[in-house]
Each structure stands twice: as C-alpha cells, then as structure tokens.
Design a protein around this ligand. Structure first.
Ligand code: ADP
Ligand code: MG
Length: 244
C-alpha cells in the first residue's frame, strides 16, 4: 500500500492567529530519502508548520500523519519518530551542555552513550561542561541539532538549522544533513536560497501560509519560467517585484 510508505502526510492543514493565516490549507506528503526545504520569507509560516508536525502546536483543522498514524491520536508514537530542532536557542539556559543532553536522552529513553555519540557528530565535545547560556549562537544551534538526533529518528525537522553559524559550520551541518538523509526524511526550513538549492532534493516554497510551489529545483524553474532559484523565489513570493 502506497500510503504506508509516506513518512509525513499532511492534509488540509490550517492554523490562524486572529486574521493572520499562518497555515492556509497545506497539503503534502514525503517519503524516506527526501530532503525537503521549506523555503519562504520571514513570516511565511515555516515555523508554524514545523511546530504542528512536531506536535508542539495544535492545528485549527486538517490532519497530520507520521508513518501512517494520525498524530492527534498517536502523540507518543509521533514524538518517538521525530527529531525536532526548534527555532532559537535550547531551553534550560543554566544547564551544562552535558546535563542538557543527558536529560533529553533520558526523556527519549536513550542510553548515556548516545550523548557522546551525538556530541561528536555535532562537533560540540569541547563545550560539554559549559552552560548553555554562555555558548555562542552557532554552538547553541549545534547543541539543539545534537539533541534532535539523540534517538536516531526516521524523520528530522530542523527549523533554520544553520541560523547563526559561520560559513564553515554551515558547510559542516549541510554535509551532515546530506549524509544522514539516506534512510530518513529531513525537512529543513530556511530563507537561504543556496541552502535549498544545494542541500535539498525537493523545495516547497511557502508564502502567507500557502504552498506556492513544490518540486525539484528543475521543475520549479520550469514551472515559473525562471533561470535560477533567486528569480523563482521573487516571482513566487513577492507581487511587488513582478513589475520591477
Ligand atoms: P516563519 O517561520 O516562516 O518566519 P512563522 O510561522 O513564525 O513564520 O509565522 C507565520 C505568521 O504567523 C506570521 O505572520 C507571524 O507573525 C504569525 N505568528 C506566528 N506565531 C504567532 C503567535 N504565537 N501569535 C500570533 N501570530 C503569530
Ligand atoms: Mg521561523
């Protein structure tokens, strides 16, 4: 059955904040191996969508299935199968990196060895005794990233994973994402065009809570009759520039 192969299946998803339509009838499905960029300007609804898939925010209407199960009725199952790097800094600012990761490992029923492993993968072993609040933004992002892969989940949701990283660190995380994607579904939100272009197998362009395009870079360029991602992005997300 085809449906069972879908890692994420989203149907008619809506979320309003007063008059703002943060998610306006979103539909998409994903399979293992997909690296999907949720690409859109600030306020497009990227974080809202990710928070809903991660089970941190309840939709107004619509359904989200993870590995064939509706998350509304299978919250634990969904949490076990999703790794989530939320926007911004990790919580628990006064914990050391090690304490934070050990705590998260405990919540996820992982052994202590998992902490050392993800610390090595995320390249943060040199700050394990430091408090989270004393870390640079780049290190904080990488601690959050380490936390998201603790239980080696089949679905990874990374909300602006390279935000605040220097160019070398960006490159490192992007390579890591590619390496890990073989048997996973990875969704990353970004407003960085080169990230969507170079890291992802599929691009979903979001604007004002709606999907403006969904496909490979090549299909999006063809569909928008543009030559590069920057041109396509402008055409899909800003009406004002259409006359420029
Ligand atoms: P993005 O992550 O793409 O920048 P968000 O999902 O954060 O976008 O926001 C989508 C829209 O919803 C924006 O207009 C934002 O101002 C609004 N929004 C997000 N969270 C809230 C909230 N808690 N209360 C009111 N409005 C919100
Ligand atoms: Mg956001």
């Amino acid at each position: 059955m085809k449906k069972a192969n879908k890692t994420i299946n989203i149907q008619n998803l809506c979320k309003n904040y007063g008059k703002i339509r943060a998610a306006d009838n979103i539909n998409f499905t994903s399979s293992a191996g997909d690296i999907i960029a949720l690409l859109g300007p600030n306020g497009a609804g990227k974080s809202t969508l990710m928070n809903m898939i991660a089970g941190y925010l309840a939709p107004d209407s619509g359904t989200i299935e993870i590995l064939g199960k509706n998350i509304a009725d299978n919250a634990m199952f969904a949490k076990e199968n999703i790794g989530f790097l939320p926007e911004g800094a990790p919580l628990y600012a006064d914990l050391s990196v090690k304490r934070f990761l050990c705590y998260m490992a405990e919540l996820k029923n992982q052994k202590k060895e998992a902490v050392q492993k993800v610390a090595e993968i995320a390249n943060i072993t040199d700050v394990m005794t430091q408090k989270l609040e004393t870390l640079s933004k780049g290190y904080q992002r990488r601690v959050g990233f380490a936390q998201s892969i603790l239980n080696n989940p089949p679905i990874l949701l990374l909300d602006e994973p390279t935000d605040g990283l220097d160019p070398n660190q960006k490159d490192y995380i992007r390579k890591l994402i590619k390496q890990m994607s073989k048997d996973k579904t990875i969704v990353i939100s970004t407003h960085l065009l080169e990230e969507a272009e170079n890291v992802c197998t599929r691009i979903i362009v979001l604007d004002h809570g709606t999907i403006k395009a969904d496909g490979t870079l090549a299909t999006i360029l063809k569909h928008t009759k543009t030559k590069n991602i920057a041109e396509a992005f402008r055409k899909l997300t800003t009406q004002e520039n259409a006359h420029a």
